[in-house]
Design a protein around this ligand. Structure first.
Ligand code: F6R
Length: 604
């Protein structure tokens, strides 16, 4: 979600770090910072907001000798996007930058505070540098201190650390967040969290594996594995194409973001799942006191996530829940009662209609909560409480990973409230949590599925329209599938509850009407199946998505057999996203920037 760079060498390190950060800015732009060690002295600069602010601050800073430097561009997870929370974080004589989340930071922080360590920021990252310095005081050896620190961290991380004790080294550790090092003939070493910053500087790079840590000097690269044994370097050639590199080789950002869903959902879940309880550090339980109703309000894809939430909230929390399209809610003189928790959902946190409904709820003195992907956005600043979805920057206009993380947050939130209200047994919550833990695996795209969808897509480039149909929580997924398709293929598509067909829409059925049927094995299978059979009998062309073969379908896309319908939900979500993507690509459209659309709709 954030971006990391590092450099050892004789060139202008400030420029190298800033240029590298520029390449990574799309990953996060809440704040940025660099720390450079030259002539035994550290210089550190940080700035809130876009990189240009850091460039301005470092205008008069000159790096013209051998130096060691690290830099970071931040997408806030713990702590607001302030200068104090910006990386690099400092101890007494060391600096650290970090991507990921240190799950046990609260425990480590408490122990460090008990021995008198003073913390400047609210971040999880700061514990790393203090823990390192504590270990350094004990062991009197920087490498051993770093090794010990890494063994004490839980969670996901890519870390770079520099210290005055070893002025020609960068220490690194990688677990669950990407990081690589690049080399060239001039004995320079470049670090980054993706390969784009290294293009043009290095010809060969070593991608670190999970669990690896070590250090780099101008002369050598020392890598150790989780078992503390030495590892060999594995250098590969670096691509020379920056744009494709930003897309990590995917054809479009949307495709990359579909593939990223497994990682970002893992980030969303990180630190929030106990055995039989969900933990949201950012929420005060009093937010739910006296609440008898939940109202969800959003636009577009976020609205579909809200519809999904309504099924889970009523089922698990037993609290009456309603969902509203923000642009409608604004002007219909809605009744707002104080026992309602008002929840807005937005990827950007800036959508004008949704923001306006939040203001209305605040004026009516309702308790408010925002589920959002962008910290410090207008909605996050305004709402009483916020939960960040941690999807990272979403570049494709058609939302994919943001939706996946929104639904994941709502699933957790419904269990969190169910725990507070005792509306579910501990055993049932534990079961749901065990399912949640399987979601990152269930959204992993396999070559077989993608290839199958790619091949099938050629049959769906014409016709007079698409029906996406599903029941229960698969109905909002049907709506979302139809929205994805129309956004990027410009073909007409509608989402319907399967049971609604015979109340009108079935009149459109003929071979040129394509029905995409969501048929989960574990939720109302027989009922949904008979709705599809009705369409099939009227000669609609059917593409069934299910774990169970369906002989009335013209085409069939198999998902894995799952033990619960919610896992089927996530598997099918990926299928409908890929289907839209492949149809759009075949039609020659610009997938990432479809016509007439913008990523953030800040006007009504
Ligand atoms: C669809 C899409 C839009 C947004 C909608 C709300 O792919 O991206 O429908 O979901 O404009 O945007 P946010 O979530 O930023 O409030």
């Amino acid at each position: 979600m954030c971006g990391i760079v590092g450099y050892i060498g004789n060139k202008n390190s400030k420029e190298i770090l800033l240029e590298g950060l520029k390449e990574l800015e799309y990953r996060g732009y809440d704040s940025a910072g660099i720390a450079v060690l030259q002539n035994g002295k550290f210089d550190n600069f940080k700035a809130v907001g876009k990189l240009i602010n850091l460039e301005e601050k470092t205008k008069n800073f000159i790096t013209d000798k051998f130096s060691v430097g690290i830099g970071h561009t931040r997408w806030a997870t713990h702590g607001k996007p302030t200068e104090l929370n910006a990386h690099p974080h400092v101890g007494e004589s060391s600096y650290v930058v970090h991507n990921g989340i240190i799950e046990n930071y609260a425990t480590l922080k408490k122990e460090l505070q008990e021995i008198g360590v003073n913390f400047l920021s609210q971040t999880d990252t700061e514990v790393i540098v203090h823990q390192f310095e504590k270990n350094l005081r004990e062991l009197q050896n920087a490498f051993q201190a770093f090794e010990k620190t890494v063994s004490e961290l839980q969670g996901a991380y890519a870390i770079l650390l520099v210290t005055k004790d070893e002025p020609e080294r960068i220490f690194f550790a990688k677990h669950g967040s990407p990081m690589l090092v690049g080399i060239n003939e001039e004995n320079e070493k470049y670090f980054a969290s993706s390969d784009t910053p290294l293009i043009g500087h290095c010809k060969e790079v070593n991608y670190f594996e999970d669990g690896e840590y070590g250090y780099v000097t101008p002369q050598e690269i020392k890598i150790y594995g989780k078992d503390t044994k030495k590892r060999k370097t594995h250098f590969t050639k670096l691509s020379t194409n920056k744009l494709s590199s930003q897309k990590d080789g995917y054809r479009f950002f949307m495709e990359k973001e579909i593939y990223e869903q497994s990682t970002v959902i893992a980030d969303t879940l990180l630190g929030r799942l106990g055995v039989d309880e969900v933990v949201f550090d950012e929420l005060d339980t009093s937010l739910f006191n006296g609440i008898n109703e939940i109202k969800l309000c959003a636009c577009g894809t976020s609205y579909h996530a809200a519809l999904c939430a309504s099924y889970m909230f009523e089922r698990y929390t037993k609290i009456k829940t309603s969902v509203e399209v923000a642009s409608e809610f604004r002007y219909r003189s809605p009744i707002m009662t104080k026992d309602t928790l008002f929840v807005v959902i937005s990827q950007s946190g800036e959508t004008a209609d949704t923001l306006e409904t939040l203001k209305m709820a605040k004026e009516a003195d309702l308790k408010t909560l925002v589920i959002c992907n962008v910290d410090n956005s207008s909605m996050v600043r305004l709402a009483d409480a916020s939960i960040l979805t941690r999807a990272g920057v979403e570049k494709g206009v058609a939302s994919t990973k943001a939706f996946a993380t929104q639904v994941s947050v709502f699933w957790m939130l419904s269990l969190y409230i169910a725990g507070l209200r005792s509306s579910m047994s501990k055993e049932d919550i534990a079961y749901q949590i065990s399912l949640l833990r399987e979601v990152p695996a269930s959204v992993k795209v396999t070559d077989t599925t993608h290839e199958r969808i790619k091949r099938l897509s050629k049959r769906y480039l014409h016709g007079h329209g698409f029906f996406f149909i599903g029941r229960d929580i698969f109905y909002p997924l049907a709506l979302e599938g139809a929205l994805k398709l129309k956004e990027i293929s410009y073909l007409h598509a509608e989402g319907y509850p399967s049971g609604e067909m015979k109340h009108g829409p079935i009149a459109l059925a003929d071979p040129e009407l394509f029905t995409i049927a969501l048929l989960p094995q574990h939720l109302l299978y027989e009922k949904a199946k008979s709705n599809v059979e009705e369409l099939s009998a009227r000669d609609s062309t059917i593409c069934a998505i299910s774990a169970l073969e369906f002989d009335k379908a013209d085409d069939f896309i198999a998902i894995n057999e799952c033990r619960d319908y919610m896992l089927e939900f996530f598997e099918m979500m990926v299928v409908v996203q890929l289907l839209s993507l492949e149809i759009s690509i075949r039609l020659g459209n610009d997938v990432d920037m479809p016509r007439n659309l913008a990523k953030s709709v800040t006007v009504e």
